[in-house]
Design a protein around this ligand. Structure first.
Ligand code: MN
Length: 418
């Protein structure tokens, strides 16, 4: 009989106010979920996911049961999102690993959606089992950008698949022979964005106890900045006949279009600015003097201050540009999205990029107005949108992950964890 000896370590990190990562680990099943969207949505999605997967897998502890468990979690998150508008658009990654008995030894089955990861550490060192479902990972795989470019890519946190976004679900699975003393690592991107694989391998080698290893990994990610929630599951395989170490990738589900969800909704335009209240009017009482020399001087001084303020506001408004929609095309506007005080935005140019050709995760940012400091910066943003469109071909629908609380998203940073 084989089993995991597993430990979980998690930390909200040094930047995030809340921890939207969730994990489960018992002697047969491990899972990590990294939630995204909304103020509480990410936490709820991740919690629902690990609970549903744990419950469902327990009822059907097979490889097919694990995939079915992810589907059940997906349905549950979608249903909650449909019921409660505040949770709409929430989603989560989910990477799960189960230990199964098979003829000739134990097998490890991994089912995966998103950019959390599963690694196998044992014979042959550290090996990443899962492939990230992220925009930059796909661009790297196509040879369009390098690993280094991916690390600095502004859209590195955009997911191409997530749980809770669409009822259609495309689950990746891997099956690996598990040998005694093999070690499994599951983690959220809060670890892998901070620690290179080499460091992860060193820490796994230096700590024989899974709990110590998990804790040491979290501490290292914190030392590197801890810019996101960090969750780590370390599990050792105990009591197994040695396997061959051969892994196979299975296609668990028939491919339907991957689903999409904007990581996080940008702030509605104008939220940051309070409109001035209209002055309250008061009738002068009979005999009340309305103008004295001092009050006249005061009014003049006040007028000077207001004129200065108005000049500043005008400069502030006109010095900014944003990219948004002009009917069915992407346009560049001068001013603030939605206007500011009495200044309405003006259209500077209409580009040839059609609304329907915009990479879906960018849509919410364009709807809200993507602020740029200059006309050339706005034109640069449009070029980026065009290249996204060309690179992806836009045959499929994509998903953004954004825990902007898992990193609140600001317009211009269409991403999680920025
Ligand atoms: Mn994360």
């Amino acid at each position: 009989m084989t089993r995991f000896t597993a430990a979980v370590a998690t930390d909200p990190g040094r930047v995030r106010a809340s921890n939207q990562d969730r994990a489960v680990a018992n002697d047969r099943l491990l899972a990590v979920a990294d939630g995204m969207g909304g103020h509480v949505g990410g936490e709820i999605a991740a919690q629902l996911a690990v609970e549903a997967v744990g419950r469902s897998y327990e009822a059907h502890p097979t490889a097919a049961g694990l995939v079915a468990a992810l589907r059940e979690a997906n349905d549950e998150i979608c249903a909650h999102g449909d019921e409660d508008r505040r949770l709409h658009g929430m989603g989560t990654t989910l990477t799960a690993a189960a230990l199964l008995e098979a003829a000739g030894g134990a097998r490890l089955v991994v089912a995966h959606i998103g950019d959390s990861r599963a690694y196998l550490y044992g014979r042959g060192g550290l090996r990443q089992l899962t492939e990230d479902h992220s925009l930059v990972e796909e661009m790297v795989r196509r040879g369009e950008i390098t690993r280094t470019e991916a690390f600095f890519h502004p859209h590195r946190h955009i997911l191409t698949r997530a749980l809770g976004v669409d009822r259609q679900l495309d689950v990746d699975t891997w099956t690996v022979d598990a040998a005694e003393h093999d070690r499994i690592l599951l983690c959220s991107d809060g670890l892998t964005n901070e620690c290179p694989d080499g460091e992860i391998a060193e820490i796994l080698a230096a700590n024989t106890d899974p709990g110590d290893a998990a804790q040491a990994l979290v501490v290292r990610a914190l030392e590197h900045g801890g810019s996101d929630n960090i969750t780590v599951v370390v599990a050792d395989v105990e009591g197994t006949v040695s396997g061959t170490g051969v892994s196979s990738r299975d296609k668990a589900a028939t491919g339907t279009a991957p689903a999409t969800s904007p990581a996080a909704a940008p702030l509605p335009p104008g939220t940051a600015y309070a409109r001035p209240k209209p002055p309250s009017r008061r009738r002068p009482r009979p005999g009340e003097r309305l103008v004295t020399p001092w009050s006249a001087l005061f009014v003049l001084a006040l007028a000077g201050v207001l004129a200065g303020a108005a000049g500043f506001v005008e400069w502030f408004v006109k010095a900014s540009y944003f990219v948004g929609f002009e009917r069915n095309r992407v346009g560049i506007f001068r001013g603030r999205p939605g206007g500011f005080l009495w200044f309405k935005p003006t259209l500077v140019e209409t580009t040839s990029l059609a609304r329907s050709a915009v990479y879906p995760p960018s849509l919410p940012f364009l709807k809200a107005g993507l602020l740029e400091p200059s006309l050339s910066a706005a034109q640069g943003a449009v070029r980026t949108l065009v290249s996204e469109k060309n690179k992806l071909g836009l045959s499929a629908v994509f998903t953004t992950s954004g825990s902007a609380t898992h990193g609140r998203v600001t317009p211009g940073a269409a991403a999680r964890g920025i």
